[in-house]
Write a protein that binds this ligand. Structure first.
Ligand code: NAI
Length: 246
């Protein structure tokens, strides 16, 4: 799969799944714009890519903030001249049962995971429409489809991402811009390190392939959806969860 000459913007690209996605796309020749609220971590990651000969740069943005996102897009265009691929991967959790969930935790998760994805799609639409080419992949979650006790905010945000994906796909298809979602299951990253041993065991018993996923498992699916091989696929949700949802 070749991404030669393409610029990929990856939110939450500093670490975890975002970094693995960046690695896969760079292996195909993509230039990388790593967008993160943790600028120092994103700078370090970008420097590591550059040391391997990849054209990579870090950009600071809180995706929940539309002004930040618009400024970031302007900076990416000024730096690279174009924006061909957008992977909306930035995400957070603030877990609790509904009766104990603080309003601020509900708002924060919806703001980053759902509104952040909307903000980035909206900002990327103009350059992609002008170029009459674009690949957008949104990272949803298995819990956006199945639900999960203790994750009302997170599961609602990810279900919202799936609806947003389908609407954006319909709005942008005539401009040769595809929009798909990848719904990971239980993937080993810093995000899931916080999960208790009991919850981890419960997850594992529900995975037919009987193992946690790795960031690379998700990254390879994203790479496919960004490639020419997926040119006729839009509005879809690709589950990368060891068989949890079927
Ligand atoms: P992570 O916590 O390791 O990485 C997330 C990255 O997003 C971090 O670099 C963080 O600084 C950045 N970020 C957070 N808030 C941001 C904001 N407001 N603006 C810009 N950047 C921000 O998480 P992980 O596990 O790599 O998750 C990546 C995506 O995959 C998230 O959307 C997550 O919801 C999703 N996912 C993860 C699963 C897992 O099991 N790890 C399962 C299903 C979905």
């Amino acid at each position: 799969m070749s991404f030669e000459g393409k610029v990929a913007v990856i939110t939450g690209g500093a670490r975890g799944i975002g970094r693995a996605i960046a690695t896969e796309l760079a292996a195909g020749g993509a230039k990388l714009a790593l967008v993160d609220v943790l600028l120092d971590v994103a700078e370090t990651t970008a420097a590591e890519f550059r040391a391997q000969g990849v054209d990579a740069a870090a950009f600071a943005a809180n995706v929940a903030n539309p002004e930040d996102v618009n400024r970031m897009c302007d900076e990416v265009i000024a730096h690279f001249g174009q924006m061909d691929i957008l992977v909306n991967n930035a995400g957070i959790t603030r877990d609790n049962l509904i009766m104990r969930m603080k309003e601020s935790d509900w708002d924060a998760v919806i703001a980053v995971n759902l509104k952040g994805t909307f903000n980035c799609i909206k900002a990327a639409t103009r350059p992609m429409m002008k170029a009459r080419f674009g690949r957008i992949v949104n990272i949803a979650s298995v819990v956006g489809v199945m639900g999960n006790a203790g994750q009302a905010n997170y599961s609602a945000s990810k279900a919202g991402v799936i609806g947003l994906t389908k609407t954006a796909a319909k709005e942008l298809a005539s401009r040769n811009i595809t929009v798909n979602a990848v719904a990971p299951g239980y993937i080993q990253t810093e995000m899931t390190e916080k999960v208790s041993d009991a919850a981890r065991e419960a997850f594992l018993t529900n995975i037919p392939l009987a193992r946690a996923g790795q960031p690379e498992d998700v990254a390879r699916a994203v790479k496919f959806l960004c490639s020419d091989d997926a040119a006729y696929i839009t509005g879809q949700v690709l589950h990368v969860d060891g068989g949890m949802v079927m």
